[in-house]
Ligand binder design. Structure first.
Ligand code: FE
Ligand code: FE
Ligand code: FE
Length: 167
């Protein structure tokens, strides 16, 4: 029996890249739906802006694939499918309710947190592998995900304050 080939950090990096490439494409679709579903103008704008950023993030991932001399390819990511499914539940179950946007913001933050863990690992591995250009590209996206997460926190707190005032 042939010995199973030893997996390397490079394999891990490539698999991770495919995972997040798959995830970003799903996120793009989800953001479109969320922008449509959201009640407040603030939420709509936030989702639309991150949609535009996500398009650029997909482009950056394609550049990283190019650095590896590989065709961009996705690999099924069950985590993002589950996170998005939860967001869709919120859209359905809270449609027309005053708690809808709070739910959507929290769902969006779950997405950002997943992305932050993935890009954080990929950036560290790219560094380890001496892929300077990839580190730069991954770091740009990581910064955007962190910035988006912070914005969502601010929005959630703002809405909570508004509700408290209204009560
Ligand atoms: Fe993203
Ligand atoms: Fe995944
Ligand atoms: Fe994101």
């Amino acid at each position: 029996m042939a010995k199973k080939q030893e997996k390397t950090l490079e394999d891990l990096f490539e698999d991770g890249l495919k995972d997040v490439y798959f995830a970003e494409k799903k996120i793009l679709q989800a953001l479109k739906k969320m922008a449509k579903a959201a009640e407040s103008e603030e939420s709509v704008t936030a989702f639309e802006n991150h949609y535009a950023e996500t398009e650029i993030q997909i482009d950056r991932l394609e550049q990283v694939f190019e650095l590896l001399e590989q065709k961009p390819k996705g690999k099924n990511c069950p985590a993002i499918l589950g996170i998005i499914e939860e967001g869709e539940e919120i859209m359905k179950e809270y449609k027309g309710s005053s708690a809808l946007d709070a739910g959507l913001i929290a769902a969006a933050q779950a997405v950002e947190h997943y992305e932050i863990t993935r890009y954080g690992a990929l950036k560290a591995w790219a560094k380890e592998l001496g892929m300077k250009e990839a580190v730069k590209l991954l770091d740009e996206t990581l910064s955007e995900e962190i910035k988006t997460d912070k914005l969502l926190t601010t929005m959630a707190e703002g809405q909570a304050n508004q509700r408290a005032e209204a009560a």
